[in-house]
Each structure stands twice: as C-alpha cells, then as structure tokens.
Design a protein around this ligand. Structure first.
Ligand SMILES: NC(=O)c1ccc[n+]([C@@H]2O[C@H](COP(=O)([O-])OP(=O)(O)OC[C@H]3O[C@@H](n4cnc5c(N)ncnc54)[C@H](O)[C@@H]3O)[C@@H](O)[C@H]2O)c1
Length: 469
C-alpha cells in the first residue's frame, strides 16, 4: 500500500486540481477500525496539536481502558514535550509503563502511520479542516475540536469526508455528554416551562481597556515551524497575539467569541428547540472597547430567527461583551436561558434552575410550574468515552460532525451578517445566503464569506458525495 500522505508526495502533488483529485481517489487505507472492535481491543490515538485543549483531551483519552498513545504532533517542540510529560504522569498514576510512541512536527507523517486508529485534532480552528479530511482519507477516526471549521464551505467538506470514508467523528462540544444538560433539554422539550418563544445565550467578561495588548511583530521562536502553524492562513509576520491561545481573536484563524464559545451555548439551544437552522440572522456590534490588536468584535448582539419543526417560531439572542460583566440576568460569564410561558430555565456548566412564572389570575396568585435546581455533571470524560465506544461499535457519536457543522454555521453566519451590516437569510439546503426569506435574491456579498482562498501549497479538497449511494 502506498503512503498517501508522505510529506514529499504531498508537496509533489499539491497545487493542481489534478493532483488534488489524485490525492482524493484511491487513498482510503482500510484499517482495522472499519469493523466493530471487541471491548478489549487496543485503540491507538495520535494527537495533532499539543496545546491547552489537545493536552486536556489526551489526558482523558489515556484514562480510558485500552487506549494507547501512538504519536504526538505539534509545530512547537516545547508543546510536544509538555504532552510527553502528561503521558508519563498519567501512566505513573496508573502504575503502567509508558507505551512506545513517535513525535512529529508535520501531521502528515502521523497520518502515514498504519498503527494509528484515530486522531485528536486540537489545532487552532484554521487547521481543523485539512487534518480531519486527510485523516478520514487515511482511514483514521477523528475527535476534532469545536468550532469544526474556519468557514462554512470547509465544514461541508469535512462532513462529506467523514461520510465518504465512513469514519467515526466526534466534535469536542462536550456539553452534549453532560447529564444535567441532557436533563435540561428534556425538561424544555417536555414543556416543563410551557411554550418557549425566546432563548438567550451570553458571554460576558471585562478586559477593559487593554485586552490582550499590542505586542510588536517579532521573529518566531526557533523551536516553532511558524509557516506550518500558519498553514492555509495568509502569510503574516509573527506576532505573539496571533499565536498560541490568543489566535482565536483574529479572523485569519478563527471566528472570535461567537465561534469560540457561543458554539457550545448555541448548540444546546438547537438541541432543545429541535432545529439547527436559523431562517435569518442579524448581528450588530464591532470592536468598540478594547485597545488591543485583535480584529474580532468585543461587543456583539446577534438575533437569530428560527422556525421549529412544528411550525412555531422562536428568537435566539446572543450577547457578547468584553468590557462589562454586570447586569446579566443570571450567571455572569456564560449561560443559556429558555424563556417559557410557565417559567424560565437557566443553564450553564455548573447546573441549571427553573424559575417559575408567578402571576395573578383573578384573586389567586398562581405559580405555573415547579421550581427545580440541579448541580453540574461531568462532561468531558463521558464525551471521550462516547467517542471511544463509537470507534469500537462504528455508531455515530453524540456530537456528530454534521449537526456540529450546522451549529458552527450558525456562529459563522453571525460574523457574516456583521461584515455585510444587515440581516441575512439562510437556506440550509443550498448552504447559501439570500437577501429575502423566499430565497429568490442571492446575497453575493454575504456569500463571499462562505469560504476563503487557501495559501499555497494548501488546498481544500473538493469532496462530493455520490447522492445515489
Ligand atoms: N472543547 C472545549 O471546551 C475547548 C476548550 C478550549 C479550546 N478548544 C478548541 O481546541 C482547539 C485548540 O485550542 P487551544 O486553546 O488548545 O489552542 P492552543 O493555541 O493552546 O493550542 C493549539 C496547538 O496546536 C498547535 N498547532 C498549530 N498548527 C499546527 C499544525 N499544523 N500541526 C500540529 N500542531 C499545530 C499549536 O502549536 C498549539 O500547540 C481550538 O479549536 C479550540 O477552539 C476547545
């Protein structure tokens, strides 16, 4: 079997449509994980991106019986060393020997390895699509971090790759695996707070006035392959803020706060309300308050219009401020809120509560539902366990890539509306923006933001599905 992702071969092939087609066809290496595995079969994982979340993921993967690390990859060798220390510490806690694994600066070498069953993609958002797609083509299953993509077209290609190569793919929206989130969703759906026509989510913090500051451009550290860190993003001088962790506040690499955090919150709203597709999206805001070099907003209000499967409308409002935490209606920081005719359900990672609606009906004061309070529940470890179980059983994981593509899309649409300065109408069938609710007039200006051109030699593979299959 040839090695489809060797660096040399990739470089020879990249850059032409014909080459991309050559990469796409005939590379699906059958691995043992194409068939169900026994519960005690070993699963070998490769980590791509050994930063904050990559290491958090790896630590939980190594708690699952039968999971072994086979390779660690990062463009920053100090981050690989950090992950190596995590592996040693975890195995010492378990009184177990450290397994044999390899280290890499180029993820294509990791994907070339036949012993790797699945990969964790925990790179910055602009580096989710290619490792995920190539991993699928190489016959690996994928645990990819949220938000799934840098833009909507990338997300669709990722979904197509998972389907075409029949891979198991879990997205890192671990709230879906939290028992108290599941119970809150069930309560909303069973009518515990009556009829719901409005939901709210928010992210509030105070970084006023300096935010992440304004460091000067500099040389990249010698232990980093900066060109590989940039990958398909535009070439820029190295700047500390446009790098580890704070990259999320720059549109070249991410979608700002609405993509970074609201993707978790908005996802629970979608699940509870039974639809992932906004009909219309209108965002206001901008970078008003912070004197730093980020280019994503520090102030934002997004109004989403939805229609539920039963035809009832609702409005979802996302509020984001980075200069003022006060005056939130419930938990400061982040939360979700379902506003019902019989009560309000407030929800975050620490728990939820139902606050009943109390109103005068004639001479009586009527409380329309029962108050309920719940603590939080573990989310991340059960999410990892769900993925490993699905790798074994070949079932769809709880945060499947297609519904997470829809939730990520809703977040990207907020930024698109902000950029064009108006309400946009979304057609989930064609995944295009329109100027009217009937989808007669395409919104060319908005549709410009659905994809972006990759910096060469990187190219987004065009993956079409055989509709008859
Ligand atoms: N599920 C959650 O709750 C949660 C929480 C935090 C972050 N995240 C997500 O996890 C991802 C990583 O975020 P983070 O906070 O860990 O960022 P980070 O900057 O700390 O880590 C990213 C790592 O990827 C490495 N990297 C960059 N390009 C690479 C490449 N081409 N090949 C290999 N490694 C590369 C970087 O050097 C860095 O070590 C993001 O998508 C983020 O949205 C999810």
């Amino acid at each position: 079997m040839s090695r489809p992702f060797s660096r040399r071969r990739f470089l020879q092939q990249s850059g032409t449509a014909a080459a991309t087609a050559a990469v796409l066809h005939g590379v699906h290496t059958m691995v043992r994980a194409d068939r169900p595995l026994a519960a005690n079969d070993e699963i070998v994982v490769g980590l791509i991106g050994c930063g904050g979340m990559g290491r958090a993921n790896l630590r939980d993967f190594l708690r699952v019986a039968g999971v072994k690390v086979g390779a660690l990859c990062d463009v920053d060798s100090t981050h690989i060393e950090n992950a190596e220390q995590d592996v040693a510490k975890r195995r010492a806690q378990q009184n177990a020997k450290v397994e044999k694994y390899t280290t890499h600066k180029d993820f294509r070498e990791l994907l070339d390895k036949k012993d790797i069953d699945c990969v964790i993609v925990a790179t910055p958002d602009h580096w989710h699509a290619l490792p995920t797609i190539y991993a699928c083509m190489a016959g690996k299953d994928v645990y990819c971090e949220k938000p799934i993509s840098h833009n909507i077209v990338e997300g669709r290609m990722m979904v197509n790759a998972v389907k075409k190569y029949k891979r198991v793919c879990q997205i890192g929206t671990q709230q879906r695996s939290g028992a108290h989130f599941q119970r809150a969703i069930e309560l909303v759906q069973k009518g515990a707070i009556g009829e719901v026509y409005m939901t709210r989510t928010w992210n509030l913090s105070n970084e006023h006035p300096d935010g992440i500051g304004n460091p000067p451009d500099d040389n990249p550290p010698p232990y980093v392959d900066y060109d590989m860190w940039l990958g398909p993003a535009p070439k820029r001088p190295f700047n500390r803020n446009r790098f580890h962790y704070t990259w999320r506040w720059f549109f070249d690499y991410a979608a700002g706060m609405v993509g970074d955090w609201n993707v978790h919150l908005q996802d629970i709203i979608h699940l509870a309300m039974g639809t992932f597709h906004p009909v219309a999206v209108h965002a206001s805001g901008g970078k008003f308050a912070l004197r730093d070099n980020r280019d994503t907003p520090d102030t934002m209000e997004v109004t989403y219009e939805f229609v539920r499967p039963d035809g009832k409308p609702f409005v979802q409002v996302y509020t984001m401020r980075k200069y003022c935490v006060n005056h939130s209606q419930w938990s400061p920081g982040h939360a979700m809120q379902f506003l019902g005719s019989d009560g309000v359900l407030n929800l975050n990672r620490s728990g939820f509560e139902i606050v009943p609606e109390v109103r005068r009906e004639g001479k009586k004061v009527v409380q329309r539902t029962e108050p309920i309070k719940s603590g939080g529940s573990d989310q991340h470890f059960p999410h990892v366990v769900n993925f490993i179980e699905c790798v074994r059983s070949r079932q769809k994981p709880i945060s499947d890539i297609e519904t997470m593509h829809f939730t990520t899309t809703a977040c990207h649409l907020a930024n698109i509306s902000l950029r064009v300065g108006r309400k946009i109408y979304w057609d989930p069938k064609t995944e295009r923006c329109f100027k009217d609710p009937e989808h007669k007039v395409p919104d060319a200006e908005a549709n410009r933001w659905l994809a972006r051109e990759y910096r060469k030699p990187w190219e987004l593979p065009k993956i079409e599905l055989d509709q008859s299959a």
